[in-house]
Design a protein around this ligand. Structure first.
Ligand code: C2E
Ligand code: CA
Ligand code: CA
Ligand code: CA
Length: 274
C-alpha cells in the first residue's frame, strides 16, 4: 500500500493489508495444491430412512496443507472460484469420485458438488462424459449437486445444461434447498431428481413449527414432481424421526456417519451392504 500524497493511503488500513496478504498467501498455495496432490476426498453416507439402507455417498473435498493443516472447503472454494481454479479442481474431484465409486457395489450412488462456475462453464458435459468413460462408472450412479446460485442466470441456458446432463443419464440434485430466494419456483421450472433440504431446517424444526411445515410442503411437492427428498445435517435420532414424519425419504448427517476416508467408506459398505 502506498500513499500518493493526497490521503489515498487511508483506504489501505494495515489490517486490510494483512488480510490481503493472507489471501495472497492462500492463493499462491492453492495454485500449487493440485500438482502437489494436497487434495483428498472424503465420502459421507446417505441412507434410505425406511430400512436404514445405504443408498449412496456424497464426495466432500479436503485440502491437506503442509503447514496450515486441513483447510475447510468453505475457506478455499470461494477463492478457487474467484481465481478460476475451481474448474481444474472440480474436474479432479469428478474423476476421483467416479473412480472410487466404480469400486463400490452397483446399488451405491456417488454425489459430487458442482460449483456455479463449473455449471456455467462450457466444459461441463465433456468433463462429465470423460470422467464416466475414464472410470467405467454407469452414468445413472452419478449425481451432481448444484445450489440455487447456479440457477440465477438465464433459464434457457440452465435448462440446456440440465437436459444435457440428463441425456447423459446423470442425475441432478438441488443442494441447500430453502436457503435461496425462489426455491419453490425452481422446482417447477427445472428437472431435478432430488432435493437436498438444507441442514438449517433440520436443526430448527424442533423449535420452529414453520421449519417443519416447510419440510412437509417440500417433500410433498417434490414427490408430486417425482423427486426424492433427502435431509442434510441429521445429528440426532429425534431429528431423524421428525424428518421421516414430514415425509423425507433419505437422510445424511453425523447420526449416520461423519464423512469417511475412501478406505473407511469401503469398510462401511462392506459392513452395511450385502
Ligand atoms: P454441502 O454440499 O452442503 O455439504 C454438506 C456439509 O455439511 C459438509 O461440510 C459436511 O461435512 C457437513 N455435514 C454433514 N453432516 C453434518 C451434520 O450432521 N452436522 C453438521 N453440522 N455438518 C454436517 P464440508 O465438507 O465442510 O463442506 C462444506 C461445503 O463446501 C459443502 O456444503 C459444499 O458446498 C462445499 N464443497 C465441498 N466439497 C466440494 C467440492 O468437491 N466441490 C465444490 N464445488 N464444493 C464443495
Ligand atoms: Ca452438497
Ligand atoms: Ca448441502
Ligand atoms: Ca451448504
Amino acid at each position: 500500500a502506498k500513499a500518493d500524497g493526497r490521503g489515498t493511503f487511508r483506504f489501505f488500513k494495515p489490517e486490510m493489508d494483512e488480510r490481503m496478504q493472507a489471501r495472497r498467501g492462500l492463493e499462491i498455495d492453492l495454485r500449487k495444491a493440485l500438482a502437489l496432490k494436497e487434495f483428498e476426498l472424503v465420502y459421507q453416507p446417505q441412507t434410505r430412512i425406511e430400512g436404514d439402507t445405504v443408498v449412496g455417498f456424497e464426495a466432500l473435498l479436503r485440502w491437506r496443507h503442509p503447514d496450515r493443516g486441513l483447510v475447510s472447503p468453505a475457506d478455499f472454494i470461494p477463492l478457487a472460484e474467484e481465481i478460476g481454479l475451481i474448474t481444474p479442481i472440480g474436474e479432479w474431484v469428478l474423476r476421483t469420485a467416479c473412480r472410487e465409486a466404480a469400486l463400490w457395489p452397483d446399488s451405491i450412488t456417488i454425489a459430487v458438488n458442482l460449483s456455479a462456475v463449473q455449471f456455467r462453464g462450457s466444459r461441463l458435459l465433456d468433463t462429465v462424459t470423460s470422467a464416466l468413460a475414464g472410470s467405467g462408472l454407469a452414468a445413472a450412479r452419478l449425481e451432481l449437486e448444484i445450489t440455487e446460485g447456479a440457477l440465477l442466470e438465464d433459464t434457457d441456458a440452465v435448462l440446456a445444461v440440465l437436459n444435457g446432463l440428463r441425456e447423459l443419464g446423470v442425475r441432478v440434485s438441488m443442494d441447500d434447498f430453502g436457503t435461496g430466494y425462489s426455491s419453490l419456483s425452481y422446482l417447477q421450472k427445472f428437472p431435478f431428481d432430488k432435493i437436498k433440504i438444507d441442514q438449517s431446517f433440520v436443526r430448527s424444526m424442533a423449535s420452529d413449527r414453520d421449519s417443519a411445515a416447510i419440510i412437509r410442503a417440500v417433500t410433498s411437492l417434490g414427490s408430486s414432481f417425482g423427486m426424492t427428498t433427502i435431509a442434510e445435517g441429521v445429528e440426532t435420532p429425534e431429528q431423524l424421526a421428525r424428518i421421516r414424519a414430514e415425509g423425507c425419504t433419505e437422510a445424511q448427517g453425523y447420526l449416520i456417519s461423519r464423512p469417511l476416508t475412501p478406505e473407511a467408506a469401503r469398510a462401511f459398505i462392506a459392513a452395511r451392504v450385502a
